[in-house]
Design a protein around this ligand. Structure first.
Ligand code: NAD
Length: 353
């Protein structure tokens, strides 16, 4: 197949891990006979420096002409001044909004060989394979808010419309159909009116998916279940802020931030794919970054935007094989274990492909 991908390397370790993902993409293209055209564009801090805008017009234009966007990471101390007029992260928010990306998918998988990096009993980690689906453009982060003039009062609003809940619920049920056919919907329906709308809407959408089992859990209980019985979850569907918090909690199960990929989807196949980690300025430019989250984000891009499931699985299996062989970047190495560089880790993944 032919596909066009916009690549946004961004800041810090971004360019390092992006370069590795592109080498993996090259390997997939030669092995499976695809033609992937990639265009690099500016985002985040580097875009502020060179174009005065964290999400420049040219990046928007290239993205609109692409099948998908692959993003590494943005941000860094040089753009963090409290008096800064514009920040790198604004580029991400503007991009999600521009492309209508309302569903954020974060798979959290536990690799048995990394169980020693996780502060939970190994028996609790057996079989953990969760797909968190976070609503990304509504809820408490987007509702009306105000800081009152008196300086003593402020409010935020958790606001959802039925259609906003419906579209993300469909994403969750469809994803579950390709997995273990279970959706756990997270809410706070015992207290919040918006969350009662959430629950009744999810129940209604569920009627279209009789092959999927649905259960509801209150967000406070969910934080406990995630560490007490993480393997009981398949697809976890949550409101924007609840999903933000739960996905960070769940990321601990994977052993390192550097392991986790994500996808942000809207209507249709177009999507934005990025590792969960940030720009890691503390290790940037030294070949120390774990490229796994970035490489697995590429696998998600192939699966969700290009419908290349076999290629996505091949990448995931190659990463798993390399970990099983004992390759470790610094973030996942035990004391005394040999540490490989970003490039050496990717070389091993490419060799398996
Ligand atoms: P971070 O994720 O960049 O780093 C947290 C810790 O994890 C650091 O010690 C870092 O070295 C380590 N780490 C992260 N990714 C790694 C990888 N692939 N391999 C090995 N170790 C890795 O978070 P932070 O330090 O809080 O933020 C740094 C910058 O990144 C800030 O400017 C922040 O705003 C930005 N940020 C961007 C995104 C994004 O681009 N989506 C997300 C989070 C933070």
């Amino acid at each position: 197949m032919k596909a066009t991908i916009t690549t946004l390397s961004g800041d810090g370790i971004g360019p390092e891990v992006m370069a590795e993902a592109l080498r993996v993409l090259d390997r997939v293209s030669s092995r499976y006979g695809h033609e992937f055209v990639t265009h690099e564009a500016l985002i985040g801090g580097v875009a502020i420096d060179r174009a005065g805008d964290p999400f420049p017009q040219e990046t928007r234009r290239l993205g609109e002409q692409s099948d998908a966007i692959l993003l590494a990471a943005v941000g860094g101390p040089q753009w963090d001044s409290p008096s800064a007029r514009v920040r790198p992260e604004q580029g991400l928010l503007a991009m999600r909004k521009h492309f209508g990306l309302f569903a954020n998918l974060r798979p959290v998988k536990v690799y048995p060989m990394l169980a020693q990096n996780v502060p939970l009993r190994p028996d609790l980690l057996e079989g953990v394979d969760i797909l968190i689906i976070r609503e990304l453009t509504g809820g408490l982060y987007f509702g009306p808010r105000q800081e009152m003039g008196d300086g003593d009062t402020a409010y935020d609003t958790m606001l959802y419309t039925r259609s906003e809940v419906e579209r993300v619920a469909h994403v969750a049920f469809r994803a579950a159909q390709g997995r273990r056919k279970k959706v756990t919907s997270v809410d706070k329906a015992n207290v919040l009116a918006s969350m009662r709308l959430w629950r009744s809407t999810v129940n209604r959408v569920h009627e279209d998916y009789p092959d999927v089992v649905l259960d509801h859990v209150l967000v406070d209980a969910c934080t406990m279940h995630l560490i007490m019985r993480p393997s009981s979850f398949d697809v976890l569907l949550a409101e924007n802020m609840f999903g933000d918090i739960l996905s960070d909690e769940a990321s601990v199960l994977a052993g390192s931030l550097g392991m986790l990929p994500s996808a942000s989807l809207g209507e249709g196949r177009f999507g934005l794919y990025e590792p969960v980690h940030g720009s890691a300025p503390d290790i940037a430019g030294r070949g120390k970054a774990n490229p796994t989250g970035m490489i697995l984000s590429l696998a998600m891009l192939l699966r969700y935007s290009l419908n290349l499931d076999a290629e996505a699985k091949a990448i995931e299996q190659a990463v798993e094989g390399v970990l099983a062989d004992g390759a470790r970047t610094g973030d996942i190495a035990r004391q005394g274990e040999t540490v490989v560089s970003t490039r050496e880790f990717t070389d091993a993944v490419i060799a398996k492909l």
